[in-house]
Design a protein around this ligand. Structure first.
Ligand SMILES: Cc1cc2nc3c(=O)[nH]c(=O)nc-3n(C[C@H](O)[C@H](O)[C@H](O)COP(=O)(O)OP(=O)(O)OC[C@H]3O[C@@H](n4cnc5c(N)ncnc54)[C@H](O)[C@@H]3O)c2cc1C
Length: 405
């Protein structure tokens, strides 16, 4: 194990972003080369504050993803490794199981498609259930049919991120918090990062900056596509006396045209039952504020893909707006699966911001996207299930960084 590197000096690897993906990559790099000098830069005062700390906390089992995609491959492997990791670190991670419910016969063809995908992806223990079996798993749920994935679970991803940060430090790396990377400049010898603590010359860098990944990539010389467009995902929670309406996880059959999974019911490790999230385009990339950020708004509106997306998905956008403005619409959505839920059962919770990559032509990119510039690897799209997949995704990132010329 080497001596912890000074964040303003020379390093072998700089990682930008201490979300779960950046921290997993730093840990992976140090486990391969224990003597290397590795620094993680994080603009916030603590790790895992953005997407990593504000999500559903679901360890996905690989049901949804196109067979052969990075998501399909890395989710299955990542979930296995994540459960083992949590076991070894004493972090509760429970395989509580998930139901994906087709509420009526009209949704059965989409449930069939999903079942084919899940089987092609080798989702462990998957079962198809009829109406009475649904009630055996979730006594208050109803539907025409469902898929049950017993290997799906829940975990607190921010706790995982903190444990990964501790591993990085214990292995001789540095996690420099409150240190925003402000500029990136490649030269023949190194990649020069200017940041709030000074400057660092890195032999190689990996950028895992979530909502800001496109800005850092373009600063390093990458093409502007894809652009990050932020989507706010707001959650409500069931009132404590109504929590027993949900045992574990109840999900809808998702709209295959959108990369979001739809409003779901999630029982967390602490016993809270979340209802959400919504998926509404946001005026800021920064989850720590509700105020619009001019630069973020301008970046979204100046991107041609935004207008193309709005044109093709205006109906879904209006439905999201309805869910975002009143509890009634979110309650009605939840009541499709659990009819006893009413608007009065829902209390405020929190929201997260999804960093969603959007192509020039208005396509919402579904798969993980990793690309390269001189001396650098950029994670340009790491939406759900990237938290589940983080330990496996880290291997792909570090493989790519090691192959850089
Ligand atoms: C509402 C919601 C629900 C979700 N549900 C799930 C789920 O149930 N299961 C699942 O697997 N996934 C889920 N996800 C997705 C998951 O949270 C993300 O895929 C994952 O957290 C991405 O991690 P990350 O490290 O790439 O990004 P982030 O956690 O966003 O981390 C990026 C970090 O980079 C830092 N950074 C950015 N710019 C700079 C800079 N210039 N200098 C220094 N630091 C910088 C940021 O401060 C931030 O800490 C959900 C996401 C959301 C928003």
């Amino acid at each position: 194990m080497g001596q912890a590197p000074d964040p303003s000096g020379e390093v072998d690897l700089a990682v930008v972003g201490a979300g779960i993906v950046g921290l997993a990559a730093a840990r992976e790099a140090l486990s391969r080369r224990p003597d290397s000098r590795v620094v993680v830069f994080e603009r916030e005062a603590e790790v895992g504050l953005h997407q990593t700390g504000r999500n559903s906390g679901v360890v996905h089992a690989g049901v949804y993803y196109a067979p052969g995609s990075l998501k399909a491959r890395l989710c299955a492997a990542g979930a296995r490794e994540l459960y083992d990791y949590c076991d070894s670190r004493g972090i509760p991670a429970t395989r509580c199981g998930k139901l994906i419910v087709a509420v009526d016969r009209g949704e059965l063809p989409r449930l069939d498609d999903l079942e084919r995908r899940a089987r092609a992806n080798g989702v462990p223990g998957l079962r198809r259930l009829g109406p009475s079996e649904i009630r055996e798993v979730e006594p208050h749920a109803r539907g025409a049919a469902a898929l049950h994935s017993p290997a799906t679970g829940i975990v607190d991803f921010r706790r995982v991120a903190r444990a990964l940060a501790a591993d990085v430090t214990a292995a001789g790396g540095t996690v420099a918090t409150s240190c925003a990377v402000e500029s990136v400049e490649p030269s023949s010898r190194a990649l020069h990062l200017r940041h709030s603590m000074g400057a660092t010359a890195a032999r190689r860098a990996v950028f895992c900056a979530g909502p800001w990944s496109d800005r850092l990539a373009t600063a390093a010389g990458a093409r502007p596509e894809p652009r990050i467009v932020p989507f706010r995902g707001a959650y409500l929670r069931l009132a404590p006396e109504r929590r027993d309406l949900v045992r574990a996880l109840i999900y809808p059959v998702p709209d295959p045209r959108l990369p979001f999974l739809g409003v779901h019911l999630t029982r967390r490790a602490d016993g809270e039952v979340l209802v959400g999230p919504t998926a509404r385009m946001a005026a800021t990339r920064d989850v720590t504020t509700r105020r619009p950020r001019v630069a973020d708004l301008r970046s979204t509106l100046a991107w041609p893909g935004t207008w193309r997306l709005m044109k093709s998905h205006w109906r879904a956008g209006l439905a999201e707006l309805r869910r975002a403005v009143g509890r009634g619409a979110l309650a009605a959505e939840a009541a499709r699966y659990v009819p006893e839920i009413e608007a009065g059962d829902l209390l405020p919770a929190f929201s997260g911001i999804r960093a969603q990559a959007l192509a020039h032509d208005g396509t919402l990119l579904d798969d993980f996207v990793v690309s390269e510039t001189e001396r650098a690897v950029h994670v340009r799209n790491a939406p759900s299930p990237a938290a589940t997949s983080s330990l496996a995704l880290a291997r792909v990132i570090v493989d790519r960084a090691e192959r850089l010329p």
